[in-house]
Design a protein around this ligand. Structure first.
Ligand SMILES: Nc1ncnc2c1ncn2[C@@H]1O[C@H](COP(=O)(O)OP(=O)(O)OP(=O)(O)O)[C@@H](O)[C@H]1O
Ligand SMILES: O=P(O)(O)OC[C@@]1(O)O[C@H](CO)[C@@H](O)[C@@H]1O
Length: 316
């Protein structure tokens, strides 16, 4: 049977310039140990990992026409079905300053400005993709020119066609996405705090916020918490996964790798515990390298064995 592809949407992609430094000293001349420029952005990262997990993936979103080559090359190389639209200007460069002891400083640029015409065409393209795909992953921030409720509009459109929708975004875009009730969201703790507008200092406070999200009709809330791991909440129960200890090279893309693992689990109807085991291992792998992906399946299997997954006492 031919597998139907997953669609990942990246409205605000980026070329990630990862700079490896011994230690960042602000205000001084910093000599980098190494630099690396690669096509990225949240949905594209998710797509790369899903491809390494042997899934068929269609990628869409909006790229700047002045520097789309590196992206197009990547899509061809990885056999990602390319449905990106081109807009005037250049896709942004996001700078990731990665220090030896694991700290990463992100400098994310605003990106291109999207015209109304391109936005309308993008919605038509998503509609066309509804013919061939059932699962849509909407990831990342919004570029300039798009209304804050753009994800709300897209979720409404996909919902009318009965699609499964996963969302990973932040700030106002997360607010709008939540209001449109996707199937799964993956905030980190800071993003959950942005959504409630309050500090959520402990698991109890975080779970109060999660209950509100589930009460709105969101079926799965997956809360990531960096090296402390991840907690998955649904009306059927809750689970926690503790990641293996890895030596941190760059945490950039850890969240996207987790989302890819979650998507794989949903697509293949894995049990929650198995999905979390895989997703947490893939995220740990991302942390131990520059960029995302699974260069070594043996290593992934070793990491999977070191993930602990346990049920959590939780009621809605
Ligand atoms: N130091 C670490 N060691 C092992 N696993 C980690 C580490 N940091 C993050 N992870 C894994 O990656 C997952 C996602 O990390 P995090 O909560 O930081 O997501 P995020 O803030 O969305 O990440 P991103 O930097 O991609 O936006 C965590 O739930 C955890 O499983
Ligand atoms: O501006 P957004 O879309 O929130 O984040 C963009 C970004 O930081 O996310 C990815 C890591 O998750 C990077 O590849 C990219 O630079």
């Amino acid at each position: 049977m031919v597998k139907r592809p997953v669609v990942t949407l990246t409205l605000n992609p980026a070329l990630d310039l990862t700079v490896q430094l011994s230690e960042l000293v602000p205000g001084e001349v910093n000599l980098a140990r190494q630099g690396n420029l690669r096509p990225a952005g949240k949905g594209i990262n998710v797509a790369m990992v899903l491809r390494d997990l042997q899934e068929q993936v269609a990628v869409t979103g909006i790229l700047g026409q002045d520097n789309s080559d590196a992206f197009e090359h990547l899509f061809t190389q990885l056999q990602l079905d390319n449905h990106f639209l081109l807009e005037q200007g250049a896709t942004r460069i996001n700078v990731k300053l990665s220090e030896q002891q694991g700290r990463v400083t992100d400098i994310n640029l605003p990106g291109i400005t999207v015209s109304e015409a391109v936005w309308q065409t993008l919605q038509q393209r998503l509609l066309a993709l509804c013919e061939q795909a059932d699962v849509f992953v909407l990831s990342g921030s919004l570029p300039r020119g798009l209304a804050a409720d753009s994800y709300g509009q897209i979720i409404g459109l996909l919902r009318q066609h009965g699609k499964t929708i996963l969302v990973d975004t932040s700030g106002q875009a997360l607010h709008a996405a939540v209001a449109a009730v996707p199937d799964l969201i993956k905030p980190n703790v800071e993003e959950l705090e942005q959504w409630t507008g309050t500090a959520l200092p402990d698991a109890e406070a975080q779970e109060q916020a999660v209950r509100k999200l589930l009460a709105l009709g969101i079926r799965h809330v997956v809360l990531s918490d960096g090296e402390r791991g991840v907690r998955w909440y649904s009306r059927d129960g809750a689970w926690q996964a503790l990641p293996p200890r890895v030596s941190v090279v760059s945490t950039v893309g850890a969240g996207d790798s987790l989302v890819a693992g979650l998507t794989y689990g949903l697509l293949n109807q894995l049990a929650v515990a198995d999905t979390l085991q895989l997703a947490t291992a893939v995220a740990a792998l991302a942390v131990s390298q520059i960029g995302v992906g699974i260069p070594d399946t043996e290593r992934l299997n070793q990491l999977k064995q070191q993930v602990s997954v346990m049920p959590l006492a939780f009621s809605c």
